[in-house]
Design a protein around this ligand. Sequence first.
Ligand SMILES: Cc1cc2nc3c(=O)[nH]c(=O)nc-3n(C[C@H](O)[C@H](O)[C@H](O)COP(=O)(O)OP(=O)(O)OC[C@H]3O[C@@H](n4cnc5c(N)ncnc54)[C@H](O)[C@@H]3O)c2cc1C
Length: 517
Amino acid sequence: MEHYDAIVIGAGHNGLIAAAYLAQAGKRVAVLERREIIGGATVTEEHFPGYHLSTCSYVCSLLLPEVVRELDLPSYGYDVRPFDPQIFAPQPDGQYFMSFLDAGKTREQLLKFSRHDADAWDAYWDHWERIITSAWPLIMGPPPSLSDLERAFDRPGGQEDLRLLLFGSVADILDRYFESNAIKGALSTGGVIGSNLGPRSPGSAYVKFHHLLGKLNGHRGAWGYVRGGMGAIANAIAGAGRDAGVEILTDAEVTEIETASGGATGVRLADGRRIQADAVISTADPQRTFLQMLDSRQLPGDFVASIERMKRKGSVVKVLLGLSELPDFTALPGTEVGPQHTGGIMICPSIDYVQRAWMDAEAGQPSARPFMDCYIQSATEDGLAPEGKHTLSMFVQYAPYDLADGDWDSRRNEIGDIIIDTFAEYAPNLPNAIEHIAVLGPPDIEATVGITGGNIFHGEITPDQMFNYRPATGQTGYRTPVGRLYLGGSGVWPGGAVFGAPGRNCAREVLAQLDPA
Ligand SMILES: Cc1cc2nc3c(=O)[nH]c(=O)nc-3n(C[C@H](O)[C@H](O)[C@H](O)COP(=O)(O)OP(=O)(O)OC[C@H]3O[C@@H](n4cnc5c(N)ncnc54)[C@H](O)[C@@H]3O)c2cc1C
């Protein structure tokens, strides 16, 4: 039987990162991926002839600079560029708000809505900068406890910053600094992205913090396009890993993590193959790992109960479109490429709008008027769409995994129509420009990427499920109750997004255990 130093389950970016670090340290490593392609939620596919769209994740900010440098990802094709403007937020009254990388240009935009808000902009960003400065050392290490957090924020003003971060909403923070609905609406979405929260829900301040952890070209919280789409990240990590000796097997679904005497000994695949290893690292989500690949009787009852309780039902819809022409926005007309097409197009005119959208989903309904975070990467880069045509990626909230009426198969098209109609209120030419459309609800994301419940982060990233509460209370490092079995995907600290921190942190812990000093 084949024997490796380490087996990694899942070729999402975290699995590939963990494998690459282990191989760089001289370990013999195999990555086993159930799909026919690598990348997990970091993948770009030709969804319609000639149209290349990133199926799930679509923009990048958080990917750790350490990972980029240590794996030398630019040599393997990784090329990220912040888009500018960062935000184009058309309003129902025909105005629009834009934010740019350049502070002066953003100030002009802010002044269109409120001098008060223009004057508050820097203080708002200082608020986040000091919180991130306090928290950052914890991100790069094992899951912290609340006491670790209190120590990290033990500085003047730190208690209040921590209170808001843990228990506040994104609206609480925005209301402190701003008065304009347009500005607050545009800034609120980072507090709810991927989450079953409204902007007034406690916990949404933390979700916003998570989305600001990245820096591109020195710009805090800036997001960017990856040349070729997000799949280029997975391909670059895989390239670095392969050069270090990683073997990547696709169409290799793990059905069982084999154990003996309380420790993992290897895995069994769906085709019956068995592979042994000294360490097994799962980057599949916690439910798949502990409730499907293991016999839960091998695990402590309270641990199993925690994993079962973990909030993990998604309410994100991803809509992928092939367009014959660019959207023509009422607020900034034109179908030639302009700033309204090149960055994030946000349909979220106020906090109340986003809150209402969430309340619909809380009642089991798709939002009557959803909020949307949309991107036309083809407006900035050749090769993603046929000549003269465009891609449009829409990340939409909310539509619950469990619909109160009907199911996804019977309502997918209707939900797609609501989304297109909502966007058309801002760009009326959209419906006629659509040549191809695919609508992926939470069950589709679950089926395609293998994320239980379709939650984009392998479980909500609210404070009650972070730190050493992720994936279960008392999580110590990346170890699990089963010896030699580790968890290294988004379901562990510091959580989801194309980030790389779980995979990197986990690899370090595995190496420390395989090669104790
Ligand atoms: C719709 C959507 C939009 C998103 N947008 C963004 C964004 O724009 N920017 C951003 O930073 N983040 C975004 N995210 C979040 C981010 O993509 C994920 O948090 C991250 O990619 C997860 O990476 P991972 O390696 O932890 O897990 P995954 O990418 O989920 O990888 C896990 C892998 O394990 C495999 N697997 C599961 N079970 C088995 C098994 N039994 N045997 C073998 N293999 C198995 C799966 O097939 C999968 O490939 C988005 C996610 C989604 C779903």
